[in-house]
Design a protein around this ligand. Structure first.
Ligand code: PBG
Length: 336
């Protein structure tokens, strides 16, 4: 009797069509969300040095980009704003004439069918670059207990509620709070409901880690913290149990969709959240995940297309229904 194997998985890999028939994970435009960075002005296209292929766009140019994305079948965009003015409490975030409300209106006018998601956070809008109100300027009474520069949770919630209503009234379909502020989901849900925005979806950045992979984004959104880092509100990369707790709280508070961020270094978290919770799950393939491949590809060390699609499949395999990715547009073209 021959000692050659009878089980031969390779049989199913011989032909491209056979491989397609047994492919277990799908990836299509339906799964992708494209982030856009918006700044004031007209006909502005300002390349982002740390993220080749991406630019800060004025609302008119963002609307044009949105048309192309919709044409490719991408269902949604995620907006980040670069304000004209920054201050201690990030006032432009709740100004109806602020940069994101203007962009939402321009995009909705151009492509009404495209889902517009507003990233709801204060770090782009505050002069100190943190994701909310700090004790030093607005509540000196906490300084002694909490140390200077501590991010005040409940004061920040009030502002998140206000800004979320403004963005929803401008036409945002989804509000996506990304600040890891305790209670942000319930607060935003109630504020939206009270304002007659019961139909507005809340997508929670439920498990967001304090990550070095956000490096290029802070250049793109002009939002680096002026002191310290975000580890007093974003999660410790060493923790899993805590992520599941964060997600459970957001589910209880009424989140419609969940998110894990970043993606590639947290595939285990995506998998566990998917297994335990019955809500649509997004993963954010963040700026550093994009830029490190871009940089290696520019040196001829990696094949960008191959590696980008491989990472996107890995995120889908882990269980993400949706992937926010700077490769959204390229990926759809590559998959055609
Ligand atoms: C705002 C926010 C950040 C990102 C998304 N929303 C920056 C941060 O938390 O420091 C990062 C996205 C990326 O790196 O692509 N809080």
């Amino acid at each position: 009797m021959s000692s050659y194997p009878t089980a031969r998985p390779r049989r199913l890999r011989r032909l491209p069509a056979l491989r397609r028939m047994v492919r277990e994970t799908t990836l299509s435009a339906d799964n992708l969300i494209a982030p856009l960075f918006i700044r004031h002005g007209r006909e502005v296209v300002r390349p982002i040095g740390s993220m080749p292929g991406h630019s800060q766009l004025s609302p008119d140019m963002a609307a044009r980009e949105a048309e192309q994305l919709a044409e490719l079948g991408i269902p949604a965009v995620l907006l980040f704003g670069i304000p004209a003015h920054k201050d201690a409490i990030g006032s432009e975030n709740f100004d109806p004439q602020g940069i994101v409300p203007l962009a939402i209106q321009a995009i909705k006018r151009a492509v009404p069918e495209l889902v517009v998601i507003s990233d709801m956070c204060f770090c782009e809008y505050t002069d100190h670059g943190h994701c909310g109100v700090l004790n030093s300027r607005h509540a000196d009474n906490y300084v002694e207990q909490l140390g200077e520069g501590y991010l005040l949770n409940d004061e920040t919630l009030d502002l998140l509620a206000k800004a979320s209503v403004v963005h929803a009234q401008a036409g945002a379909d989804i509000i996506a709070p990304s600040g890891m502020i305790d209670g942000m989901i319930a607060t935003i849900r109630h504020a939206l409901d009270d304002a007659g925005q019961q139909h507005t979806v809340v997508m929670s950045y439920a498990a967001k880690y304090s990550s070095g992979f956000y490096g290029p984004f802070r250049d793109a959104a002009e939002s680096p913290p002026s002191f310290g880092d975000r580890s007093q509100y974003q999660m410790d990369p060493a923790n899993t149990r805590e992520a599941l707790k964060e997600v459970a709280l957001d589910v209880d508070e009424g989140a419609d969709m969940l998110m894990v961020k970043p993606a590639l270094a947290y595939l285990d978290i995506i998998q566990q959240v998917k297994a335990r919770f019955d809500l649509p799950l997004a993963a954010y393939q963040v700026s550093g995940e994009y830029s490190m491949v871009k940089a290696a590809a520019a040196n001829g060390w990696l094949d960008e297309r191959r590696v980008a699609l491989e990472t996107l499949y890995s995120i889908r395999r882990a269980g993400a229904d949706m992937i926010i990715s700077y490769w959204a547009k390229d990926a759809v073209k590559w998959l055609k």
